[in-house]
Design a protein around this ligand. Structure first.
Ligand SMILES: [Zn+2]
Ligand SMILES: [Zn+2]
Length: 370
């Protein structure tokens, strides 16, 4: 029986490493020792398997717990015994290989077509653009199928030749113990064909880097965190594979007066305590311009008024939310002598009432205080 290395040591992480650190560490190892990059290298192969085994255990909280407590022997008790071969590894981690190699399981030869990568574009919109929607054009750097060779990578008029090394299968097989290990052919990099006369435009890649203008229609009602998908506007696929998608991530700038709460808008309206006490007619801002409203007599600080349908359109249903006005009552700070005298007179009239209320609050008689 061979002695196994410590899984944390294998991945080169500390015992307190979190899930993301473990994933990153494994990614690094898997990239370095991937069979496609190290064809026929026995040592790399072992390292690749060792890293996969360590990752399989450390990414799973249950297995990791057992390993932390009882070591390799503890895991043997659960029936976990590492991986038999590459096929095992690829089928377990298909997702992780997909995102760092751009293909599932490293088995390119099964199908040569490869979907293009998705792209991300971050877009900042003003509050109003988000509320009403907008149309714009963005510049995207991406790869596209080479027009000169239609993506074949061959100089027009020439043909790719079948790889002699693998007889066009793109794979090399080798028996190792009970398992047959398949690796990509190193001569043709798994393609099964070799380009003898590369296209001059793309130097045989079949793809070229381009900057492309993409028209984007932003629907009314988007908010920070909204994500638009533009189908097939990502990178072009390889060998006839479909294009990836372009994702536009929306960020909405705050507005000076309006604050958004889903599809409702909150706007704080300052009024004087005189206006609050006597009631008044004032103009307030709305998304579509000013509007006259009546502030009712005896308005209290924080009172709300709802203007139905004056909010943001719902992305899903199209109907608009409400504009909610919240009254902020301002106390005057620079009073003229005359105003001050008038207020003092007013206070005299009010003092009886106020002290009765205050007395009942002090008594703890909350019901009559309200
Ligand atoms: Zn080309
Ligand atoms: Zn080959």
């Amino acid at each position: 029986m061979t002695t196994k290395r410590d899984y944390y040591e294998v991945l080169g992480v500390g015992r307190n490493a979190d899930e993301a650190q473990i994933k990153t560490a494994y990614r690094k190892q898997a990239l370095q020792f991937h069979p496609d990059r190290n064809p026929g290298n026995q040592e790399a192969e072992e390292k690749f398997k060792e890293a996969a085994e360590a990752y399989e255990v450390l990414r799973d909280p249950q297995k990791r717990g057992i390993y932390d407590q009882y070591g390799h022997q503890g895991l043997e008790g659960t029936g976990f015994s590492g991986f038999g071969g590459f096929e095992d590894i690829f089928s377990s981690f298909g997702d992780i290989f997909e995102d760092f190699f751009g293909f599932g399981g490293g088995r390119r030869s099964r199908s040569r077509t490869q979907r293009g990568s998705d792209l991300r574009f971050d877009m900042t919109l003003s509050f109003m653009e988000a509320a009403f929607g907008t149309e714009t054009e963005i510049n995207i750097d991406k790869t596209e199928t080479c027009a000169t060779c239609s993506g074949s990578g061959c100089k027009p008029g020439s043909q790719p030749q079948t790889c002699n090394h693998c007889n066009g299968t793109g794979q090399m097989s080798r028996t190792q113990g009970f398992f047959t290990v398949r690796t990509s052919c190193s001569s043709c990099r798994g393609m099964g064909q070799i380009i003898t006369q590369p296209c001059l435009e793309c130097r045989g890649n079949g793809q070229v880097k381009v900057q492309k203008k993409v028209a984007v229609k932003i629907p009314a009602g988007v908010d920070t965190g909204s994500r638009l998908r533009l189908t097939s506007e990502g990178e072009s696929g390889l060998h006839g594979g479909p294009s990836g998608d372009l994702y536009v991530f929306i960020h909405v700038e705050p507005h000076e007066f309006f604050e958004r709460n889903n599809n409702d808008i909150i706007c704080r309206i300052p009024i004087t305590f005189i206006q609050a006490a006597l009631g008044t007619k004032i103009k307030v801002p709305t998304l579509t311009g000013e509007k006259n409203i009546a502030v009712k007599k005896g308005t209290q600080p924080g009172d709300l008024m709802r203007l139905r349908g004056e909010g943001i359109p719902s992305l899903r249903y199209g109907n608009r939310g409400d504009l909610i006005l919240q009254f902020i009552i301002k106390t005057p700070t620079h009073l003229s002598k005359k105003q001050e005298l008038l207020l003092k007179d007013f206070a005299k009239l009010e003092s009886g009432k106020l002290s009765t209320k205050l007395k009942s609050i002090l008594r703890g008689d909350s019901a009559s205080a309200v």
